[in-house]
Design a protein around this ligand. Structure first.
Ligand SMILES: Cc1ncc(C[n+]2csc(CCOP(=O)(O)OP(=O)(O)O)c2C)c(N)n1
Ligand code: SF4
Ligand SMILES: [Mg+2]
Length: 318
């Protein structure tokens, strides 16, 4: 796309404002701000946001960091509530009860607990019904707001308060659920996985596509958490980069069923590079635990190779 991202961003007022109470070094507010930056300034948005760090730290009555309309929803109904608002909007438009020049976009935000686990049924339903909305999952890999409990997005072997690493257990036992893949199975027009890397270009462009693609769209965005992951707050952007360079978190999009991998590292880094700076994986580096790193690496490699095959296959079919 021929434009200067810095200029575009500088010329648009932030719709997710300063003064929220999320921690320093948190990935989630960056995700919220950048997704909303992709809106055209003349367009209005209705946001539906599940309980979680992003909601409780940004919308503390009577204060709010959101400049668009905002609905605080229960975990299990984030997508359902927004799909209802979208249907009502379409009806009012049809009845001529809204001005012709009213352009409203519908965007849901949920954490991994609220999306991979508790809200998955209403998300699946809203996507399948074909509502013109975007669901954004900010994935920090645990229920952070309530004290770092494991979710189905938590990677294997991570130390959390409900999957503690110690003599009895190696940390979380189960592999991480692949929600992006599940969303691809809905055969919706646009699904993408992204992270705040490369000056936000990937995140901004995918947000723009998701918002302005007609029909349902889903974005899974990596959103590291210094409290839960145990990295120094000033290393947020390094952690994002390592997640991408090791292929732990590949950047890809699926447009009408066709896979496009947006970045293929020339030298894929070993997974240790991503694990080492995080306290939640500290035990993996103890003598005798090398097998955990080997298994972690194998899972990353298998998923990356599967993605490469899907890209090849779906592009052949296109
Ligand atoms: C149905 C329901 N179960 C549990 C809770 C308590 N609760 C509030 S925030 C939260 C954690 C949310 O985790 P996630 O969605 O991953 O967001 P994060 O806090 O990590 O940003 C939980 C369990 C709730 N509000 N509603
Ligand atoms: S606990 Fe983690 S996810 Fe929640 S605001 Fe703090 S850094 Fe962000
Ligand atoms: Mg979470």
């Amino acid at each position: 796309m021929a434009y200067n991202l810095k200029e575009v961003v500088a010329n648009k007022p932030s719709r997710f404002t300063a003064g929220h109470r999320m921690c320093a070094g948190c990935g989630a507010p960056i995700v919220g701000r950048m997704v909303l930056r992709a809106l055209k300034p003349e367009d209005h948005a209705v946001i539906s946001c599940a309980t979680g760090c992003m909601e409780v730290s940004t919308f503390i009555y009577p204060y709010t960091a959101w400049t668009d309309s905002f609905i605080h929803t229960a975990f299990e109904s984030t997508a359902a509530a927004l799909s209802g608002v979208e249907a009502a909007y379409n009806s009012l438009k049809k009845q001529g009860k809204l001005p012709e020049d009213n352009h409203t976009k519908f965007i849901a935000f949920g954490g991994d607990g609220g999306t991979y686990d508790i809200g998955i049924q209403s998300l699946s339903g809203a996507m399948e019904r074909g509502h013109d909305m975007v669901y954004v999952c900010y994935d920090n890999g645990a229920y952070m707001n309530t004290g770092i409990q494991r979710s189905s997005a938590t990677p294997r072997f991570a130390d959390t308060t409900t999957s503690p690493a110690g003599k009895v257990s190696p940390g979380k036992l189960q592999p991480r659920k692949d929600l992006t893949k599940i969303m691809c199975g809905h055969h919706i027009p646009y699904v993408a996985q992204t992270a705040p890397v490369n000056n936000f270009k990937d995140l901004y462009e995918k947000s723009e596509k998701a918002i302005y693609t007609k029909g349902p769209a889903f974005l899974n965005v990596l959103a590291p958490c210094p409290r839960g992951w145990g990295y120094p707050t000033d290393e947020l952007m390094d952690i994002n980069k390592l997640a991408v360079e090791t292929c732990y978190w590949p950047l890809y999009e699926v447009i009408d069923g066709r896979y496009v991998i947006n970045y293929k590292p020339k030298n894929k880094l070993p997974i240790e590079e991503f694990l080492k700076p995080q306290k939640r994986f500290k035990h993996l580096f103890k003598p005798g635990n090398e097998w955990m790193i080997e298994e972690f690496q194998k899972e990353v490699d298998d998923r990356w190779n599967e993605l490469l095959s899907l890209e090849e296959l779906t592009n052949k079919q296109a």
